[in-house]
Design a protein. Structure first.
Length: 224
């Protein structure tokens, strides 16, 4: 029996949007270590409005031979070898996230996940590089397509910096928590939901107006 598709599967042409954020030890996905990764899963109600479901996150142990750029570590404030990080191997970290994503795909009736991020080509490049390094066979994400909240933010709010979009949208922004994968993924998820829901509300309004207009036209025609 075919899997029943939930509204979120119908809304995005079979793709399941999953917010991903990574923190790294540099800009080169082949050489620099993946240090943190977080994923936020979403729900959609029958009216097409998105809400945050839950988050999966891990601190990651640098892969053997990884290059650690000090400037990147200074920017994020991450000590890759701090004993309280409770970091895990990048293969375990990816499988932990992929397990949750595959479960959401099955439950929603979506065909594949699509990465949502702020300037997401960066995040996707590190995910893809880690997948190749670790030999994971079943990557649930589309290999190159993404949804970009920087682009959406420019369209909806006239801002492209994550903190500025959040502030314009009415969210509190905690600079102390920023630049951690967990916090940035969560804020990106809330902003993605806010912008998609804003469009959904507008689209519903336009449909209502169109329906009223068509109804009025029908009444006029019926009088003749």
């Amino acid at each position: 029996m075919p899997q029943e598709k939930l509204p979120i599967a119908l809304r995005f042409r079979g793709y399941l949007p999953v917010i991903i954020d990574v923190e790294t030890a540099g800009f080169d996905p082949q050489k620099n270590a993946l240090l943190e990764i977080a994923a936020v899963l979403l729900n959609m109600n029958d009216k097409g409005f998105l809400t945050v479901s839950h988050k999966v996150a891990s601190h990651v142990t640098p892969f053997e031979g990884a290059k650690l750029d000090q400037s990147a570590l200074d920017f994020t404030g991450i000590d890759p070898f701090h004993p309280f990080r409770l970091a895990i191997d990048e293969k375990d970290a990816l499988q932990k996230i992929f397990k949750s994503v595959r479960k959401a795909l099955k439950e929603s009736g979506c065909n594949r996940a699509i990465l949502v991020g702020h300037n997401p080509s960066f995040d996707l490049s590190f995910v893809n590089a880690a997948v190749d390094r670790t030999g994971i066979k079943r990557n649930p994400f589309h290999p190159f397509s993404t949804f970009d909240t920087a682009t959406l933010g420019g369209l909806v709010h006239g801002q492209t910096v994550l903190a500025k979009i959040a502030q314009v949208a009415g969210f509190d922004w905690d600079t102390e928590k920023a630049h951690s994968a967990s916090y940035d993924a969560e804020m990106t998820a809330h902003l993605f939901c806010e912008m998609i829901n804003r469009w959904q509300q507008l689209a519903n309004f336009e449909r209502i107006q169109l329906s009223r207009s068509e109804s009025e036209d029908s009444e006029k025609i019926s009088k003749f």
